[in-house]
Design a protein around this ligand. Structure first.
Ligand code: SF4
Length: 366
């Protein structure tokens, strides 16, 4: 089973974030673990999970899973692995914010079988971090990394956000250099997008924040490609780069259209051409599960056409690319424009192509 657990709590909402989270100082960890284990108890009896013997990947995402605390986290992981143990080579990822990474926490995660930590760094500029409403300071990041390494975490991913408003005068090359100085195995990059129901959305409407123009977005994205490539990283997906052998296994499953099960509020699941997802908010999820009701909100079956589009879009996101015949005769034009290149029998997007991913995918005739 490729298992995702959405931990929906954060200590504070970041200014750009519209995820399904509940802001809590004190996290209702015991109730959360009880609900998720109950949902798991139901889901694992259904196909295709009922046939699986073990957990191939486990991804604790959010929200802020590192807020759960050692006791709850142990109960959660032990409970999930009771019927279907972690495979001997399972990838077990936890997303963590730097302020939560103490040496004790890191040792406890390692002890539980965590093999990979994805650290929400975003920037090394304290002014930018404050603007983002992040809780940590830049100085906390190297400490967090030291604790994780000391605890034996050998697969470390750092998240960085680019294309922040120009008037913040953020030094992107310096942030990239500081991230590389910490010696991560993996880096995820997110271009800042303005979502309407967020503080950033309101600042943009009122003119207090001016979003980065397209040329800055492109410049920073391409600069990241050049810098990370020179440091021995390869982009294996539009937003993800790693050292060889450190590509994310769990997320790779999504892009290959492997079956995945999501537990917790707003979690999505998919198997074959079926997709389903849970109610979005903790305040709706928890009462349903504790009343013995399924938290699934909706379910859909992809048409052949929708499945084809999904296959095309996911393929174009990755460095594996897609078979040229799926591009409806556009492959040569894309290659001539510098947006695509041959990759064995496939065609894959170049960094310039990934900048235009949505538009290119949408332009392919059905
Ligand atoms: S920590 Fe992550 S999930 Fe939580 S508010 Fe910030 S961006 Fe959103």
């Amino acid at each position: 089973v490729n298992l995702y657990v959405h931990v929906p709590f954060c200590a504070r909402r970041c200014s750009y974030c519209d995820f399904a989270i509940a802001v809590r100082r004190a996290v209702p960890a015991a109730a959360f673990v009880r609900s998720v284990l109950q949902e798991w108890g139901w889901a694992r009896q259904d196909a295709p999970w009922s046939e699986a013997r073990s957990l191939r990947t486990l991804y604790l995402g959010g929200g802020t899973p590192s807020l759960l605390g050692g006791v709850a986290l142990r109960e959660l992981v032990v409970g999930l692995a009771r019927e279907k143990p972690l495979a001997h080579d399972a990838e077990v990822t936890i997303e963590a914010n730097p302020e939560d990474v103490t040496l004790d926490a890191a040792l406890a995660w390692r002890d539980l079988g965590v093999t990979r930590v994805s650290l929400g760094v975003q920037s090394f500029d304290d002014r930018v971090l404050a603007w983002m409403h992040r809780i940590h300071s830049a100085a906390q990041v190297p400490n967090a990394v030291r604790h994780l390494r000391h605890a034996g975490i050998t697969n470390l991913s750092l998240d960085l956000i680019f294309a922040v408003p120009r008037d913040l005068a953020r030094d992107w090359p310096q942030d990239l250099a500081r991230a590389l100085d910490l010696g991560p195995e993996h880096i995820s990059l997110y271009g800042l997008t303005v979502e309407p129901h967020t503080p950033l959305g309101r600042w943009t409407t009122s003119g207090t924040a001016i979003p980065a123009p397209e040329d800055q977005y492109a410049e920073e994205y391409l600069a990241a490609h050049a810098t990370l490539h020179a440091a021995g990283f390869a982009f294996y997906e539009v937003s993800n780069a790693s050292r060889p052998g450190f590509e994310a296994v769990h997320n790779g499953g999504y892009w290959r259209r492997a079956a995945f099960l999501g537990l917790g509020p707003s979690a999505h699941s998919g198997a074959g051409n079926r997709r389903w997802w849970n109610v979005r908010h903790w305040s709706a999820y928890q009462p349903r599960v504790s009343a013995g009701l399924s938290p699934i909100d909706r379910e859909e079956v992809l048409s052949r056409e929708a499945e084809g589009l999904e296959r095309l879009y996911l393929g174009l996101r990755t460095s594996t690319g897609v078979e040229p015949r799926l591009l409806g005769g556009l492959a040569d034009a894309w290659v001539r424009a510098g947006w695509a290149e041959a990759a064995g029998h496939n065609v894959r997007l170049t960094p310039e192509g990934w900048l235009r991913l949505d538009a290119l995918a949408a332009s392919v005739p059905a």
